[in-house]
Design a protein around this ligand. Structure first.
Ligand code: HEC
Length: 101
């Protein structure tokens, strides 16, 4: 009996890990304004990955208003998105996977 419960728990955590797929987060929150390799309303992920670190990417998502000047923009048109820490990590990793693409 105990075993079954443990198996069930590990299955659940596996499923949760899959939900935090950076691609899905991108499709849910960012796709309208960013594309992976082509310039859209915002810069492409390959461009972002070529010049930023994961920390910078996360900081920008958390608060574009506080960051745009240091990133060289005259103003910010990006909406502030309230993502959880795990979502930020996953989407930053996804963006950086486009480095050199
Ligand atoms: C409403 C449109 C919009 C949405 C939604 C949006 N962005 Fe942006 N984003 C922009 C624009 C436009 C810029 C260019 C700078 C600015 O205006 O703030 C930008 C800039 C950025 C930058 C900094 C670019 C650089 O120079 O390094 C990052 C990182 C970024 N976006 C990530 C994301 C991620 C990740 C999401 C989804 C979780 C997202 N954005 C959702 C429009 C958007």
């Amino acid at each position: 009996m105990k075993r079954k419960i443990i198996v069930l728990f590990s299955l659940c955590s596996l499923m949760q890990a899959q939900e935090l797929d950076g691609k899905k987060i991108f499709e849910t929150y960012c796709w309208g304004c960013h594309h992976q390799t082509a310039m859209a309303f915002g810069p492409s992920f390959s461009e972002i990955a070529s010049k930023r670190t994961a920390e910078e990417v996360k900081a920008y998502i958390i608060e574009p208003e506080a960051m745009y000047k240091s990133f060289g923009y005259k103003r910010s048109a990006m909406t502030q998105l309230k993502l959880k820490d795990e979502e930020l990590d996953a989407v930053a990793k996804y963006i950086l996977s486009y480095k050199g693409k």
